[in-house]
Design a protein around this ligand. Sequence first.
Ligand code: NAG
Ligand code: NAG
Length: 258
Amino acid sequence: MAPGEAPARSFVVVVLAVNALSAIVAVAGTKKALSTVDVEDELDAARAAIRRAARQHHRRGGGGEGGDVGSANWLRFYGGEADYDLLSRVYRNPAAFYRSYVEMERRFKVYVYEEGEPPILHEGPCKNIYTIEGRFIEQLELMSPPDDGGGVRTWDPTRAHAFFLLLSVSQMVKFVYRPPSQDRAPLRAIVADYVRVVAARHPFWNRSAGADHFMLSCHDWGPYASRGQPELYTNAIRALCNANTSEGFRPGKDVRRP
Ligand SMILES: *[C@@H]1O[C@H](CO)[C@@H](O)[C@H](O)[C@H]1NC(C)=O
Ligand SMILES: *[C@@H]1O[C@H](CO)[C@@H](O)[C@H](O)[C@H]1NC(C)=O
């Protein structure tokens, strides 16, 4: 993310940046049944561009003195004054990472399911603790520019690379959980039911067994709630603040949230 960029847009984008393109590229490569040609072509073009950038980086002798790389776009992306050696230590291939980011900004589209009613779905806390759940929903669902307005949201699911499951675990805890019972079964039941509904009404969940779908939760019980639907737990991308591997966080597909 470039410093000083508008927070609303970058907020959504950064959450997805790390996993999104690679996960979706992998999924789209294996499950073609319903994809439109456009999405496949787009992903092909993105992959090719990232590979080209990666090769360029290697040709320029990545890890070396820098030299003419100093004028490359991707180096400016990291702040202009970026220390090339330091970048190479943080990123396996900073040029490829930059290209992947550019391709994501240009192409990446998220479809937001409309099923469900507030307050448990389509709504989350926007103040104090767990705010990210509410803010993310608000920015993606309520504040997105219209289709083709340059935003990340699309209203056309055939153009989507990822599908957002609009649930807020902290809302479930607030409205469904009865303290001090410690009984979290109702949370799992809601998650299972929600996924059952979107899988029955749309072809997209079954197409990928959930692998191009994502949820976001900042509540400690987020990982637990996601177990309510086995495919959500094992296949879908879970953006979690509780990113403990002891709680089932899988770094290869899940995303850590601050
Ligand atoms: C997806 O699979 C589930 C479980 O097998 C099934 O109940 C549902 O009808 C399927 N959805 C569609 C759209 O075919
Ligand atoms: C995360 O893991 C640590 C170490 O196993 C444990 O002490 C802590 O309670 C866990 N936190 C959550 C939120 O699960």
